[in-house]
Design a protein around this ligand. Structure first.
Ligand code: SAJ
Length: 461
């Protein structure tokens, strides 16, 4: 507020200032002083690291999640997300800077709210933004003038403007005037020990310059680098480019792996050699397929968005086709390996070694192991799995029995062992010493001597 002692002109300026300007300035001051209360909707692998980072930056944080058990655990300072320790959650709770609730009512006390809910695919592989819609419709009744709303969920360009904006405006809130709206893609990489919330640059794109500025002020309190773009669509598209880039390059190296098998080359040696090029190349490695909730999914949000327009998404479609064929290629490789041992797939005991979607994580969502297990099971193999990070594993309708330890006796009992995820801490040398036949889809046994008959995906050597 302008003090009464100020010259008339300043007071006139203050009075002349639009209410929107003062709302925006008031919010900016709260964000910069960390006096703002920040809501985070969705306390999963994206929301909880963000909520913890905001609390540690000095904000008062209200975490909202529909999972009442998760809320209960968090309220006791217990984290169920590998990348956020319970100690950090407990410290934030103890400092009175973080409280978890399963009620959206907590939004009413927030100056800013960030939505971090899943954006999966439907059964027909079309985008499923139902979580965004339901989170938006749940928070809007508690939205108020002077609030900043940010969507982080990965989605197709246009979602923030077409799905979130109208629902806020239905409450007589006007974007850029008395409510501020932006998109900022999440860049949480599970199990990444080097990059976390603080040191991963954050892209933000608001519906108006004020929206962008306020979103940048919020993240600027917890993230070292904030990158402003001109619109929410630019931010939504940047995220899709990031992950489509990965899906396409993984598809390329998977195709090179198939060529190497035919050309009697070792793709792992070829990639290693190519990776010595200090510029203009980025190594990717082949595998039994792609899993997780980002790479197999995000590119399809983009291809869906342009469906019906006169543009094609050929790279996305071909990469998706190649990547989705890798589980069958792996299952066929296992069948050929068993055949070389004089064993039909039917009735053979097969151990799946590592079923998480990538190394050193416990997440099995979209894991290629699901398809490999299903394909071998359909051909009559007796499947079990061993994965130190995964307590239970279902492959589309059937529960795969779990092998609890892989000692020499256990390893030698299987007709074939399939390395699908190359977690660290597994004794792959012992697998080769005691296993009868090993199919290595991740080159985890590279350079090791082998008593077992061995095949490596992508190696025709
Ligand atoms: N994969 C390969 N070959 C590769 C790389 C990955 O087969 O060269 C497979 C993995 O085994 C996995 C799938 O692809 O099944 C996805 O792997 P990913 O390394 O891309 O890991 P994600 O799904 O956890 O992707 C996340 C993404 N992070 C965000 O979206 C914020 C992605 O943008 C990151 O680049 C990626 O982590 C990362 O770099 O680890």
């Amino acid at each position: 507020m302008t003090p009464s002692s100020a010259p008339k002109s300043a007071r006139r300026n203050q009075a002349a200032q639009s209410p929107a300007k003062s709302l925006s300035q008031d919010l900016l001051a709260k964000l910069q002083s960390r006096k703002a209360t920040v809501g985070v909707v969705g306390l999963g692998y994206v929301g909880l690291p963000l909520a913890t980072a905001f609390a540690e930056a000095g904000f008062s944080v209200v975490g909202i999640d529909v999972d009442a058990r998760r809320v209960k655990r968090l309220a006791k300072g217990e984290s169920d997300i590998d990348d956020v320790s319970s100690e950090r959650v407990a410290a934030a709770v103890k400092a009175g800077r973080f409280r978890a609730t399963d009620s959206y009512r907590g939004i009413a006390e927030c100056d800013a709210v960030v939505v971090c809910v899943p954006t999966p695919l439907r059964k027909n592989r079309d985008p499923d933004i139902s979580y965004i819609v339901s989170a938006t419709e749940s928070l809007v009744p508690f939205a108020h003038p002077g609030m900043l709303v940010i969507l982080e969920s990965t989605t197709y360009p246009g979602t923030t403007r077409e799905v979130v904006q109208p629902r806020l405006e239905a409450r007589q809130l006007r974007i850029g005037e008395n409510v501020f709206l932006a998109f900022s893609p999440e860049r949480i990489d599970p199990a990444n020990k080097k990059f976390g919330v603080k040191n991963t640059p954050k892209v933000v794109g608001g519906l108006t310059p004020d929206c962008t500025k306020l979103a940048a002020a919020l993240y600027g309190a917890a993230v070292d680098t904030v990158v402003e773009v001109s619109s929410p669509e630019a931010a939504e598209m940047a995220k899709l480019l990031e992950n489509t880039f990965r899906a396409v390059n993984i598809g390329l190296v998977n195709e090179i792996a198939l060529l190497c098998e035919r050309l009697h080359l070792d793709v792992w040696e070829v990639v290693r050699a190519a990776a010595t090029k200090p510029f203009g190349f980025m190594p990717f490695t082949p595998g039994p397929g792609i899993g997780g909730h980002c790479i197999p999914v995000d590119p399809l949000y983009l291809s869906w968005r342009v469906r019906g327009m006169d543009v094609k998404t050929r790279f996305i479609d071909i990469a998706d086709e190649v990547n989705r064929a890798m589980p069958a290629h792996t299952a066929n490789g296992v069948a050929e390996l068993l055949n070389e041992c004089g064993k039909p797939v039917k009735g053979s005991s097969v151990l799946l070694l590592g079923v998480a979607y990538k190394k050193n994580v416990s997440d099995v969502r979209e894991s290629p192991a699901i398809d490999v297990a299903k394909l071998l099971h359909e051909r009559g193999a007796e499947i079990t799995y061993f994965d130190p990070h995964v307590e239970s594993f279902q492959a589309e309708g059937f529960q795969v029995p779990r092998t609890l330890k892989i000692d020499p006796k256990s390893l030698s009992s299987f007709d074939a062992i399939v390395i699908l995820t190359d977690h660290t801490g597994v004794d792959y040398a012992a697998v080769l010493q005691h296993g009868k036949a090993v199919y290595d889809a991740r080159n985890a046994t590279s350079g090791m001597p082998s008593k077992a008959k061995r095949r490596r995906l992508g190696s025709g050597v």
